[in-house]
Design a protein around this ligand. Structure first.
Ligand code: GRF
Length: 212
């Protein structure tokens, strides 16, 4: 384990509850990291408000300011690269990360998805749509996946998963609420593991050392 505090860039489009939890775990000392920037595509996002309130630098990248052209990719690099981050954390970020960023930060970009991947993921599976699809399928277990990011939505090596039961009478909303409770534990735990150099790779698969 190295003593250096890891430099983290967080990406969030929405309320940012996962971002809040990760930040709280940094403040209580159980994540050896520092959030050096919060990037959002939505200036109205709760995540942006939280960052401002907590003295975390923010930046907004969106389609209006940066159309998805070559320049759009450059905007990501111009924001991120000078910060020399160790880890990019996607916490409810609704945009695809450009391939050039994925290539540069290979094995250093994480995402959280509110289902057990590779099921119920990919383009179009976000928010309550995920849980509606879970309910419609009749599966009895859903859950949370934290994975490393590649060029496709919700693909890439899985770091950790946690199962959540689907119960009689469940709605998409009730599943979402139960899943979110697990998200708030597993995501900070995986980020903590990364920051302590406890994630290792074998045959292109990620594993966590000393996982509780
Ligand atoms: C979470 O359900 C996460 O799994 C998904 O987007 C949602 C973000 O929630 N990727 P929040 O903004 O962290 O509250």
């Amino acid at each position: 384990m190295t003593d250096a505090v890891k430099r983290i860039v967080v990406f969030a489009s929405g309320g940012g509850s996962n971002f809040n939890r990760i930040h709280e775990r940094i403040l209580d000392g159980t994540i050896k990291g520092e959030i050096v920037l919060l990037i959002s595509n939505n200036p109205e996002a709760g995540a942006v408000a939280y960052a401002r309130k907590n003295g975390i630098k923010t930046a907004v990248i969106n389609r209006t300011r940066y159309p998805e052209t070559e320049g759009y990719n450059d905007a990501y690099h111009q924001l991120i690269d000078p910060l020399k981050p160790d880890l990019l954390v996607l916490a409810g970020f609704m945009k695809l990360i450009p391939a050039s960023v994925v290539a540069r930060y290979s094995r250093r970009i994480m995402n959280i998805h509110p289902a057990l991947l590779p099921g119920f993921g990919g383009k179009g599976y976000y928010g309550l749509k995920v849980h509606r699809a879970v309910l419609a399928s009749g599966v009895k277990l859903t859950g949370v996946t934290v994975h490393f990011v590649d060029e496709e939505y919700d693909r890439g090596p899985i770091a950790a998963q946690r199962a959540v039961p689907v119960l009689p009478g469940d709605t998409a909303e009730s599943i979402a609420a139960r899943v979110l409770i697990q998200e708030h534990q597993i995501y900070p735990d995986v980020v903590a593991a990364f920051c302590e150099d406890r994630i290792y790779w074998q045959d292109d698969k990620a594993y966590i050392k000393d996982q509780a």
